[in-house]
Design a protein around this ligand. Structure first.
Ligand SMILES: [Zn+2]
Length: 195
């Protein structure tokens, strides 16, 4: 899931107008960004599920540190803290919550591979509702979040243009770009090019 996370960030921008959109988008995929070096060094791994859709959702992801519940809370706090220093406590809290929303959305789609403590040290059952088992359903969920996010962004951007007496074309263009970019990434993701 990538598009769903970006869609949520666009939606949050509609009320968190003080936080830059790029920062919200960065926060939405922060756990996956930290995952990359751990994956490259073999600490976190991806296991293909036999017989599953290749690429999109066809994997058990052993991201036992970055995608553990406790790890997600800690990483979100780690990102929210400098954001708070930069843009104020409310923005820092928003960035932290957007970062943590990544774990909630992943919880919906991942097969049960999300541990509670880092490294699953207590051996508790792992979490995940497994919507990826039905790729059409998880892709539809991502698309719905994208459309809702782009719509909320568009509405707020139009209102901001009204208030400042600016042309509404920029607002509509940005919302259209968010929608197109999200759709493009979703198509790549489902096709197995990106993940
Ligand atoms: Zn993730």
């Amino acid at each position: 899931m990538i598009t769903g996370h970006f869609g949520l960030a666009a939606g949050v921008k509609s009320w968190a107008t003080q936080v830059p959109l790029w920062a919200l988008m960065f926060a939405a995929v922060w756990l996956d960004i930290v995952f990359v070096p751990l994956f490259l060094s073999g600490i976190e791994t991806i296991e293909t599920v036999p017989g599953a859709h290749i690429g999109y959702g066809g994997a058990i992801i052993h991201a036992d540190y970055t995608h553990s519940l406790v790890g997600a809370v800690l990483l979100s706090a780690l990102l929210g803290w400098p954001a708070g220093l930069l843009w104020g406590p409310r923005s820092g809290m928003t960035i932290g919550l957007v970062s943590f929303s990544h774990w909630i959305l992943d919880l919906a789609v991942h097969r049960p591979d999300l541990p509670i403590p880092p490294g699953n040290m207590l051996g508790l059952p792992k979490l995940g509702f497994g919507l990826w088992r039905i790729p059409v359903a998880s892709a539809a969920l991502e698309f719905a979040i994208l459309v809702a996010g782009a719509y909320l962004y568009w509405r707020a951007a139009l209102a901001a243009c009204d208030a400042k007496g600016r042309s509404k074309a920029t607002a509509s263009l940005s919302a259209a770009l968010i929608l197109l970019f999200g759709l493009f990434v979703l198509i790549l993701d489902v096709a197995g090019v990106a993940q």
